[in-house]
Design a protein around this ligand. Structure first.
Ligand code: 4AZ
Length: 349
């Protein structure tokens, strides 16, 4: 994605000498400038993703590992921070020498749209349990911020007010194994549509029999066949907003019994549950004085307030949407207004 340097500079000039990331009027998140049609295709059982289709996904790589060194996925939630899974770092050594590859599709052919960073700081959840895969969440602070563009955008992290269970257009993506039984990472990013599965069903006796935590989500198919797998961990489970184009990062790929098996869907760490933890680690919410926030929605009681928008999730966002897309949007808007005001005949197909 071409970096939107022009837009940032423009903003900076108007804001004089104040740094861009602090002054940029709330950026965007969850948008896919390169997606022809969100989710046209429907990992194990997935399909090759188009370049830039999931512009927040990153590949976390250990340079001492064979091949590309791909270990896990992650999601860019601010120009400096990646959200991923804690279990990716259980036996990790020299994490500061690991690479984070952003804006890639083919891991063996990193093109000009790719940005590579090192890890400045790893923050694993203080209550992470590798035995129970509890609190399987971690943050990576990058050594340098990334620049947003067509192939690099931020994911939107929802707060407790988003009703995640009502979202129906959900996708996973990753460079993990495409074979349910064996195999290393794939070269080309895979994507798959995976419906959310009710956690009570997922935890029932013939499914995961209580192993799924309240801070987990399940996604996949009761009969299996399409699922995340080894190497997809840490990557995104995203769902499109019910009333808009943007996607919410609702889950971090965490675990599952095998891959793509019937009644053994993928289990994800719910990002909504860790919203305050994420803000605190990023230094956006004071730890000691963090006010109690509403719990994630667990009942069908209607909320008193309207659903969140990415702008409200904007504590994280400082990524301008590519200028060309905005120009296209405003041109269309102008034409629409002209038609509405009777100054122009509607365009015919
Ligand atoms: C893994 O080992 C892994 N089928 C990730 C996801 C799933 C299973 C295993 C879900 O990284």
């Amino acid at each position: 994605m071409t970096v939107d340097a022009a837009m940032v500079t423009f903003s900076c000039k108007r804001q004089l000498s104040v740094p861009c990331t602090l002054t940029y009027p709330r950026g965007t998140c969850g948008l896919r400038p390169m997606a022809a049609q969100p989710g046209t295709s429907r990992v194990v059982g997935g399909t090759d993703a188009q370049a830039g289709a999931w512009p927040w996904i990153v590949s976390i790589q250990d340079p001492w590992r064979a091949g590309t060194g791909h270990i896990c996925g992650g999601s860019l939630i601010s120009p400096r921070w990646v959200l991923t899974a804690a279990h990716c770092f259980v036996k990790a050594r020299h994490v500061n020498a690991w690479r984070v590859v952003i804006g890639a599709t083919h891991l063996t052919q990193l093109g000009p749209d790719t940005q590579v960073r090192n890890i400045k700081r790893l923050v694993v959840h203080e209550d992470y349990s590798s035995v129970w895969e509890r609190n399987d969440i971690a943050l990576l602070e990058l050594d340098q911020p990334v620049q947003c563009g067509y192939h690099v955008q931020l994911a939107c992290v929802p707060d407790a007010s988003l009703r995640v269970s009502e979202l129906t257009n959900c996708y996973v993506s990753g460079w993990g194994s495409t074979m349910a039984r064996a195999g290393g990472p794939t070269d080309v990013l895979q994507e798959a549509k995976v419906p959310l599965i009710n956690v009570h069903l997922c935890n029932s006796s013939r499914w995961y029999a209580g192993a799924v935590h309240p801070h987990n989500l399940c996604a996949g198919y009761p009969w299996g066949g399409i699922d995340t797998c080894q190497g997809d961990s840490g990557g995104p489970l995203v769902c499109q907003d019910n009333n808009a184009e943007y996607f919410w990062l609702v889950g971090v790929t965490s675990w599952g019994r095998g891959c793509a098996r019937a009644k053994r869907p993928g289990v994800y760490t719910s990002t909504q549950h860790f919203y305050d933890w994420i803000l605190v680690q990023m230094g956006l919410l004071p730890a000691a004085t963090a006010p109690p926030r509403p719990r994630p929605v667990a009942t069908s009681t209607p909320l008193q307030r309207p659903p969140p928008t990415p702008a409200q999730a904007g504590s994280f966002t400082a990524c301008p949407f590519p200028r060309q897309k905005l120009v296209e949007f405003f041109k269309l808007l102008q034409e629409l207004l002209q038609v509405l005001w009777g100054k122009k005949a509607p365009a015919t197909a």
